[in-house]
Design a protein around this ligand. Structure first.
Ligand code: ZN
Length: 505
């Protein structure tokens, strides 16, 4: 909360409370250059929420100082330098043709809508001319995930050589690989590093794809939990749904702003109410509920009443509490489609469970039931709290950035929008994973190998999402059935890794 009795420094520190444990002063004096249009500005604003305060304003980015002050009015240490001082420059395709940056650049290009690959990020050395990359009038709308990946790569470059440099930073961009392609029609979270010319060739070899058509407005969506996942997902869904019912028992706190979809003037307000009011601008009917769901007989009855009253077509569960088990039972009983999402420690990894109404495996078949292969190392918070009384399903208050939890929220919104469609209109990647009953998805902002050289969860690169399913349920006895959906569990295969839908070579 903004407390007038607290002095300005205390408010400023409260703003960074959820990210300070991650980076400390690592971003001090690391200058981020910004050049081009909206995508580059958005990237810079995301990084400011991670703690970056020094910027160099390049062509097209003149609005940045004002945007930064509006995003975080408690910060008084903004520092603006010239591009020569920048450690790295973020740019998008609105950056001027022929511009040669005095500092190395990461440039995002959104590819034409009929291309199978959606976005490209090129690392360009200082003073090198921009490579010409195919651009067309029929660009895809810029996907929030592409901006997110640009920001994540930029963060790694800013931290290069510091103790905070992410260990996996060089998996994608590392000589001779200077181009990253992202977002394949076959699997929206496909990501790979290439040599520049090889990236050109790879794009040309892909068949045209027409699946990126505009989405028509449809469906009533209930979002339970409007924190770092629910609020961002609701914001992404708002332009495409008929109604949003937003439910959360809490008020906006100053420390929420770095990771959640709230604005400074909303601090102190009910989260659901502030969000419902603002998202109504997108044309959806919005409604706010200030309530907590509880796993008690009374709580279960009230949640059932809520479902019968609002009759949502889709529910999104992002409370991070054990009450999601009871909520999922109520949804399944009514045949309501739902997606439950949660981040693991520090949002290094995250999980989505998709349930297609009354079809396929249910939430109970999959949550905490799936063998996901080698686990990553513990975070400092997990070490500190290592405690045998910890209950599975309960979320610890972990520090994380908007880049990391935001990537989960965007995947959640994309999966939810697709699940809202009737089966015949769904993207092949959704139909295929539902058909294979691989509806527990794990995503990564981080990649880590254990001492035996095995990747945590089988994910060898940050940005990937992989799928697990009924054949990965741990220790299912022959003939054992789920107590909720009655589905017979298959004998476990223990493949030790999730599957990514293949996207060509
Ligand atoms: Zn089940």
């Amino acid at each position: 909360m903004v407390d007038p009795i607290l002095d300005a420094n205390q408010n400023r520190d409260a703003y960074y409370k959820r990210v300070a444990p991650l980076y400390g002063p690592a971003f001090d004096n690391k200058v981020l250059g910004v050049c081009g249009g909206e995508s580059a500005l958005e990237t810079a604003l995301l990084l400011a929420r991670c703690g970056v305060r020094s910027f160099a304003i390049g062509p097209g980015a003149e609005a940045l100082p004002e945007l930064l002050r509006a995003q975080n009015p408690w910060e008084d240490r903004w520092n603006f330098e010239t591009l020569e001082k920048a450690r790295i420059v973020v740019a998008d395709s609105e950056a001027p043709v022929g511009f040669r940056s005095p500092a190395p650049v990461l440039r995002l290009t959104i590819l034409p809508a009929n291309r199978a690959v959606r976005a490209r990020i090129d690392a360009i050395p200082a003073y090198e001319a921009w490579p010409t990359v195919e651009r067309a009038e029929n660009e895809e709308p810029v996907s929030p995930e592409a901006i997110n990946r640009l920001a994540a790569l930029t963060r790694a470059e800013l931290l290069r050589g510091s103790p905070h440099e992410p260990a996996e930073a060089r998996l994608l961009l590392c000589s001779p690989r200077t181009s990253v392609l992202f977002g394949h029609a076959r699997w929206p979270w496909w990501i790979r590093g290439f040599e520049r010319e090889a990236a050109d060739d790879w794009i040309k070899a892909q068949p045209a794809d027409e699946s990126g058509k505009p989405v028509s407005r449809r469906g009533r969506v209930l979002v339970v939990g409007c924190g770092s996942l629910g609020s961002i997902a609701a914001e992404s869904l708002a332009p495409y749904v008929e109604a949003l019912i937003l439910s959360d028992p809490e008020r906006v706190d100053l420390e929420n702003l770095v990771r959640q979809a709230y604005e400074p003037n909303e601090v102190g307000r009910w989260k659901a109410e502030a969000l419902a009011e603002r998202l109504a601008r997108y044309g959806a009917h919005t409604q706010a509920l200030m309530r907590a769901e509880e796993d008690t007989p009374d709580g279960i009855r009230k949640f059932g009443d809520l479902l019968d009253r609002f009759r949502p077509d889709l529910a999104i569960l992002t409370t991070g509490t054990g009450a999601e088990y009871a909520m999922a039972v109520a949804l399944r009983k009514r045949g309501i489609r739902h997606v439950a999402a949660r981040c693991y420690a520090r949002a290094r990894f995250f999980e989505l469970i998709l349930v297609d109404g009354a079809n396929g495996p249910c939430f109970h078949c999959l949550r905490e039931q799936v063998h996901t292969g080698p686990a990553p190392s513990l975070t400092p918070e997990q070490h500190a709290r290592y405690d045998p009384t910890w209950r599975p399903g309960e979320l610890n208050a972990e520090p994380a950035t908007v880049l990391d939890s935001g990537y989960c929220a965007q995947a959640l919104a994309r999966a939810g929008l697709e699940l809202l469609k009737p089966p015949s209109e769904r993207a092949p990647w959704l139909s295929e994973t539902l058909g294979q009953e691989r509806t527990c998805w794990l995503g990564a902002n981080h990649a880590e190998r254990d001492v035996r050289g095995h990747w945590a969860y089988g994910i060898d690169c940050p940005g990937k999402l992989v799928t697990f399913g009924v054949e990965d349920i741990v220790g299912a006895a022959p003939g054992e059935r789920c107590s909720v959906c009655g589905r017979e569990w298959l004998p476990e295969k223990r493949s030790d890794s999730g599957k990514e839908l293949a996207a060509g070579a």
